[in-house]
Design a protein around this ligand. Structure first.
Ligand SMILES: O=C(O)CCC(=O)C(=O)O
Length: 304
């Protein structure tokens, strides 16, 4: 399958991101969703057994079932993101050939799935969540940041591409991604870390934000955004009544520094070393087990 078209590539290199509608088929995304539905079901059964909820809300659709569970107990979201979720379907998705063909257009044929990757259940940001803000941080806005700003300086000369992939239609109401275009050729901007009660995640220092307007990009399920690691991006709170499920997965040339050396990524495609491509999920699980021990005290961020 072809990767990005020449127009899409030109757009990425000019603007620092590109929106690729219809990048993926339901058959690509459905298994990932099914695995998340199972994780949500396990959370529901656990909370039911612990007496934290009175029923398991099994009648609610994927986009809603986690809402009453997370309201009852913030731990309901605990199994969703990496590395709590290293399930077989997300492992297979990291090797998805339609996805890797697109990524290959940007980073070349030696593709490393960077360990800086997330699956987000952005729950509606009603006031009912106010007291849970720190545990349900992603329910609200994601502060402006450049992904290189949350990686170590060793990766400053590596093109790391984020693919932002919603599992539901993402729009302005439910807090789709927002991007400051045309910043990716500029030096990295200074990041600061607000206190935990104001989000606690590294963010571009307000005085360093570009003077032009960001763009808000609705993305239908099946589409994705490919984003340069120096492109500032963030999102507004989810003001809808359903969850904005999404994945942000990062990729780079496997031969270059990846900015998170203490955590295991995966070689997922290689012409030079096909024998090193990780096809066995057990290797990934073992690498993460070891990283839980070996990464203690490792430097994670460039900013002090
Ligand atoms: O999904 C979001 O709202 C934020 C995603 C993000 O920050 C990222 O992809 O780096």
């Amino acid at each position: 399958m072809p990767g990005l078209s020449s127009e899409q590539l030109a757009f990425f290199h000019a603007e620092g991101y590109v929106h690729v509608p219809d990048a993926l088929a339901p058959a690509d995304l459905d298994p990932v969703q099914a695995e998340l539905e199972e994780i949500v079901d396990q959370a529901a059964q656990r909370l039911l057994a612990a007496g934290k909820v009175e029923r398991d809300y099994a009648e609610l659709p994927f986009a809603k079932r986690l809402i009453p569970l997370a309201k009852a107990d913030a731990s309901a979201t605990a199994g969703i993101n990496f590395p709590a979720n290293l399930g077989p379907n997300i492992f297979a998705f990291l090797h998805n050939s339609r996805l890797l063909d697109l990524i290959e257009s940007l980073v070349g044929p030696e593709i490393y799935a960077n360990s800086c990757q997330h699956i987000r259940a952005k729950v509606p940001a009603s006031d009912e969540y106010a007291g849970n803000f720190s545990q349900n941080e992603w329910a609200r806005s994601t502060a402006w940041h450049q992904d290189l700003g949350v990686l170590l300086p060793e990766a400053d000369d590596t093109l790391i591409v984020t693919t932002w992939i919603p599992l539901v239609d993402a729009n302005e109401e439910n807090g789709t991604l927002m991007i400051y275009p045309r910043c990716h050729q500029e030096p990295l901007r200074q990041h600061v870390r607000p206190p935990a009660d104001q989000g606690g995640s590294f963010t571009v220092a307000p005085e360093e934000l570009p003077p032009w307007d960001p763009v808000t990009i609705p993305v239908q399920r099946g589409g994705l955004l490919a984003i340069h690691c120096r492109t500032p991006h963030g999102s507004q709170p989810n003001c809808s009544d359903a969850i904005r499920w999404s994945m942000d997965l990062r990729w780079n040339d496997a031969r270059k520094p990846n900015g998170r050396p203490h955590l295991p990524g995966l070689l997922v495609r290689s012409q030079e070393h096909p024998e090193l491509v990780v096809h066995d999920r057990q290797e990934w699980l073992t690498a993460w087990k070891f990283a839980r021990i070996s990464s203690r005290g490792a430097r994670t961020y460039r900013w002090v």
